[in-house]
Design a protein around this ligand. Sequence first.
Ligand code: GLN
Length: 495
Amino acid sequence: MTTYTVPETGLTSLTAAELAQKIHSREVTSREVVQAHLDRIAETDGEINAFLHVGAEAALAAADEVDRSLDAGEAPASPLAGVPLALKDVIVTTDAPTTGASKILEGWMSPYDATVTRKLREAGIPILGKTNLDEMAMGSSTENSAYGPTRNPYDLERTPGGSGGGSAAALAAGQSPLAIGTDTGGSIRQPAALTNTVGVKPTYGTVSRYGFLAAASSLEQAGPTARTVLDAALLHEIIAGHDQFDATTVQRELPSVVEAAREGASGDLKGVKVGVVKQLNRDEGFQPGVLSSYRAALDQLAEQGAEIVEVDCPHFDDALAAYYLIMPCEVSSNLARLDGMRYGLRVGDDGTRSADEVMALTRAAGFGPEVKRRIILGTYALSVGYYDAYYLQAQRVRTLIAQDFEKAFEQVDVLVTPTTPTTAFKLGEKVADPVEMYNFDLCTLPLNLAGLCGMSVPAGFAEDTGLPVGLQIMAPAFADDRLYRVGAAYEAGRN
Ligand code: GLN
């Protein structure tokens, strides 16, 4: 079986923290580091398809700028200055196309940088390119990309997860030490679980959404992904914070996640209460190999001093139904702007057709089946007569889920579940049945509905399939530091 996992030696084998140390001490240049990753992409991406666009020139130019400043004796612009990154292609950039893996934006270039992009640039982080995803971040396997699926570096016949499969695969294949994802219902955590990488969905309102191709504005958040908890923490602190261009970002001091990750590295979990969610701690619907890795993780946490407590979150059983109503409702509204007039593709504009006809032709040609399905479903659920029965009801369920979390966090510091019910499935296995695909999000959706934060951290390989398993850790809003403390401790305990 062909695998394309991280090389054992050389610059592409190192973590972001290690690379930063070498670059800042001038043992290597940022250009050498960037070039090594570009070479790795060239060597492997024909098969993996993690990147929709590779920006070699721009990345090398950014690296040269870092090298010049360090050679001049200036302090690094950030702890990750000079370390390259892969950016999910739903975040806009002025120097590369942004497609959302959709045909509808073909030919469009953003006239401005997203706040996340700007912060990365200011931190001296060279952007290697834009990574593949399910069209407009809708899906769980990257198979909804208009540019072909991404393949899992651990098994090329399988999905790396989705929607952020490109970013996760890039990390797992040693194409990039860092990546940015977005998580509406699990698109950071779920691919992390399937590729043996770390992914964090920060608390809603702590990372700017300015410059996203918005799908579901009340649910989504950009977050860091990497191969270690510390690397994710270093990146987290660079992208988080209030933004005058996004009124949903909060003006409050955020806890230091880097400090928490460093503390956690001691491996000591004494005094930490870890809650096991009863509704997601069952045999039914879970692969035996995932459950045994998960239960081994619980044993390990207990050995490290954590107290394990079972907590009841009865409304989690309704999270899937609520999410798959609210999410499409927001999609139907957000994607209305992609009308063939303002951005990208325009079909049938030959002077004989009305604007309405051109819009209809453009949207029919530009959107793939899953995006259309959600627009139709959401429009229906928001229409007069159905709004109360569907949308409003789903919002009520959302409140109940948030209350379940509140009660749970009165008893424990963090909650844990398996990140996904199974390890990576085969490409093609679930495409014919959208509900099957939705079911895969069982464990990751609840926290987006409540606006909280979560992490997926590698939990070894399943004994039955030999593929990566993720442990999901969830914490209250604005307590992202707890994810890093527990995640780093668990990671240290495994090594
Ligand atoms: N799989 C979920 C969906 O299809 C989540 C996607 C995401 O987080 N962007 O909506």
